[in-house]
Ligand binder design. Structure first.
Ligand code: GAL
Length: 441
């Protein structure tokens, strides 16, 4: 059996990912801040509050990321800070972001900057948010301002994070603001977000010819619960089409596919220099005529699956390989813009991390252009409707005191990033089952 060392490409990006509302603290002018005030919206009534205090002290966590041996970090710009009122831009906020990006560069961390990660300024939300077609032009104006302000610090832009999750959670399942359950609204929101991506893609390139612009897509795997059952297969296929394929078809093929519509979306054709993969878990799908919210597919997990904290789903590292191979068909560079698990006591994360990275390594052997991996996340942060109940950090956080406690996973990730490899010692310590995996021929 080989004494396996799994080595990664020399210029591979090892990073962590996060988003403004989840870490900055005291964001009071976006729709999430308002949502957090409503009873029953967030688990245990939690609020983002000071979050990870990045608005004041992000640099302390940048030091921690650099100490882990990372060379990149993905963060997002909070639109409601940059443009607190329509058309009124806050130069101090832009200056703070410039300072943060400069801080990353000084620590050898390449910034990847997301322009929209779930949060909207309240003024936009009051005008109907992304249901309002006007949001596309508003977004474009904001993007232009941000790229002009921060273009010296980065060329790596992610326009919109997970349009599918934003639309489904806010407009179909009603678990994110504005809490609607309306399929038609969900479709409109998704179309507007994708069109805004296309417009932003062109604007960024006009301002910065060297820009590398992509979008982060949450690719959720839907497998039929009984592969031999035609109805389960149809239900799983319908969910995959709606949640995954229709989005990738729009921004790459320039084609609206059901349920988004049917016909050309020429302005979106090839509006990607790279594609971001956010991969977490998969679902098994059984046909159920009562499950309207999930397009007649009842979601469950494999009976023998290892489950993650708080009902997050199953640990399914193979899904990362499947998702990467699927995205590789686009033939453009790929970043894994998010991957991680909720695990407050870190009893699963070290092994899970190695199992996922091993899947990534396997795909890299096919010479697919995967540029980097961003773990979600560095420090526990505010997990949207789950509040502080889900802990995704390599480093634990006490949100009351701000105290940080590195978890064993932090050391493990540092060892992988610094060595640019998974060594036999790491396998022995955390995932012995991979020790004897034969190299693919
Ligand atoms: C993603 C989202 C992140 C984070 C993560 C963990 O869908 O982009 O903001 O919350 O899930 O659940």
């Amino acid at each position: 059996m080989p004494n396996a060392t799994y080595t990664f490409p020399p210029d591979f990006k090892w990073g962590v990912a996060t988003s403004s509302h989840q870490v900055e603290g005291n964001n009071e002018n976006n729709q999430w801040a308002a949502w957090e005030q409503e009873t029953g919206r967030i688990k245990q009534g939690h609020q983002a509050g000071r979050a990870c205090d990045w608005w004041e002290h992000a640099e302390e966590d940048f030091d921690r990321a650099a100490a882990l041996g990372l060379n990149s970090l993905r963060l997002s710009i909070e639109w409601s800070r940059v443009e607190p009122e329509p058309g009124k831009f806050d130069e101090d906020a832009l200056e703070r972001y410039r300072e943060m990006l400069q801080g990353l560069l000084e620590r050898g961390l390449e910034p990847m900057v997301t322009l929209h990660h779930f949060s909207n300024p309240l003024w936009l939300e009051k005008q109907g948010g992304w249901l309002n077609i006007g949001a596309i032009a508003y977004f474009d104006r904001y993007v232009e301002r941000v790229v002009r302000a921060l273009g010296e610090q980065t060329t790596l832009w992610c326009t919109i994070n997970e349009p599918n999750v934003y639309a489904v959670m806010g407009y179909l399942q009603g678990l994110f603001p504005p809490g609607q359950q309306d399929f038609k609204a969900m479709r409109i929101v998704l179309r507007h977000l994708l069109r805004a991506h296309g417009v932003a893609y062109r604007t960024i390139h006009r301002l910065q010819p060297a820009a590398r612009v992509g979008l982060a897509h949450n690719l959720h795997i839907f497998d039929p619960a009984k592969p031999g059952n035609l109805l389960d297969r149809l239900a799983a296929g319908g969910l995959d089409l709606s949640f995954n394929r229709s989005i990738l078809n729009a921004v790459w093929k320039g084609w609206w596919t059901l349920p988004l519509g049917f016909g050309p979306a020429w302005s979106l054709h090839h509006t990607l220099d790279w594609i971001g993969l956010n991969y977490y878990t998969r679902a098994l799908v059984s046909f159920d005529c009562g499950a309207r919210d999930t397009l007649y597919g009842r979601l469950s997990h494999a009976p023998d699956a290892e489950l993650l904290d708080g009902g997050y789903g199953e640990l399914y590292p193979e899904g990362l390989e499947r998702a990467l191979l699927r995205m590789a068909r686009l033939g453009i560079p790929i970043y894994i813009t998010e991957n991680g698990i909720p695990d407050s006591d870190d009893d699963q994360r070290p092994r899970a991390l190695l199992l996922h990275l091993h899947r990534l390594w396997r795909v890299l052997q096919g010479n697919f252009p995967i540029q980097g991996y961003y773990h979600w996340t560095l420090v526990d942060n505010f997990e949207w409707a789950d509040g502080w109940t889900q802990r995704f950090g390599l480093i634990g956080l006490d949100p009351e005191t701000g105290e940080r406690t590195p978890r064993p996973s932090a050391d493990l990730y540092a060892a992988v990033a610094k060595g640019n490899a998974i060594t036999p010692e790491l396998l022995d310590a955390y995932a012995p089952e991979l020790r004897e995996v034969l190299l693919p021929q």
